[in-house]
Design a protein around this ligand. Structure first.
Ligand code: PEP
Length: 261
């Protein structure tokens, strides 16, 4: 079981899906089904839906966040969005370094690091995504890749700032592919991430930092993943788009498949 010091958290990443109306309808439907025994539920929604989602989510305690932001203060950056704007709209967190941002929009670890620092300055919590490609995994370079991403993306992040940070291990080969990492494969990397945190930020920080797994999480595999000691939560893309499947992932304890894949 996950360490009780680290409360479980289930995060949905809607990517470029859902209008304002669809977002509000989803949140009301999901919210009415939540009970006090459910883990903390967070949703990273499109920018336009942040404010209405925050309003809709308030009675249910669902936490709303964003999927990206610029690393600069407000200024002449056509089409970009600043952390202070997300904060004002009610976002409590922002996903940074998602592999789609890194691969499709050329975000380097250095850019991600600047965004991390801007987010903390703007009082947003951060979910930092890291993960290896299939080629890197097959070449035995998973740990090297993760170490590089964490060290560079979190350069100059303090122990105090870690209170506002979660790390999501998202193997790129598992995102949107239906090829989920086995619980053992994921756990091994989560242990490695925790060791990295211990080495650089200390045991206390490592012990309390929530490390999430993401990549083709479904109702059928959520429970096996969450049963690993170092998997503290799930970052869910495709399966977070329907209230029914997301609800089943939130209730992972009731859906133990007994299958480790
Ligand atoms: C993601 O994009 O963060 C993700 C994990 O997607 P999916 O669950 O669809 O693989």
């Amino acid at each position: 079981m996950a360490d009780s010091k680290r409360a479980p958290v289930i995060v949905g990443n809607w990517k470029m899906h859902k209008t304002i109306q669809e977002s509000v309808d989803f949140i009301k439907q999901l919210g009415l089904s939540l009970t006090k025994d459910d883990p903390r539920v967070c949703l990273a929604v499109p920018y336009t839906a942040i404010y209405p989602s925050v309003e809709a989510a308030r009675p249910f305690g669902i936490v709303i966040g964003a999927q990206n932001m610029n690393d600069a203060a407000p200024g002449a950056f056509t089409g970009e969005i600043a952390g202070v704007m997300l904060k004002e709209a009610g976002a409590q967190f922002v996903i940074l370094g998602h592999s789609e941002r890194r691969e499709l929009f050329n975000e380097t670890d250095q850019i991600v690091n600047q965004k991390v620092h801007r987010a903390f300055k703007d009082q947003l919590d951060v979910i930092l995504c890291v993960g290896e490609t299939l080629e890197e995994r097959e070449a035995g370079k998973t740990e090297e890749k993760i170490r590089g991403q964490i060290e560079a993306s979190l350069d100059k992040v303090t122990q105090e700032q870690f209170l506002h940070l979660m790390i999501a291990y998202e193997p790129i080969w598992a995102i949107g592919t239906n090829q989920v990492a086995t619980p053992d494969e994921a756990e091994k990397v989560h242990v490695f991430v925790r060791e990295l945190i211990t080495a650089r930020w200390g045991e206390e920080v490592a012990g309390r930092t929530q490390i999430l797994y993401g990549g083709s999480v479904k109702p059928e595999n959520a429970s096996d993943l969450m049963s690993q000691a170092n998997i503290d939560g799930l970052l869910v893309g495709g399966a977070s788009l329907s209230p029914a499947s997301f609800r089943k992932i939130i209730e992972y304890q009731n859906f133990n498949s007994g299958v480790s894949s």
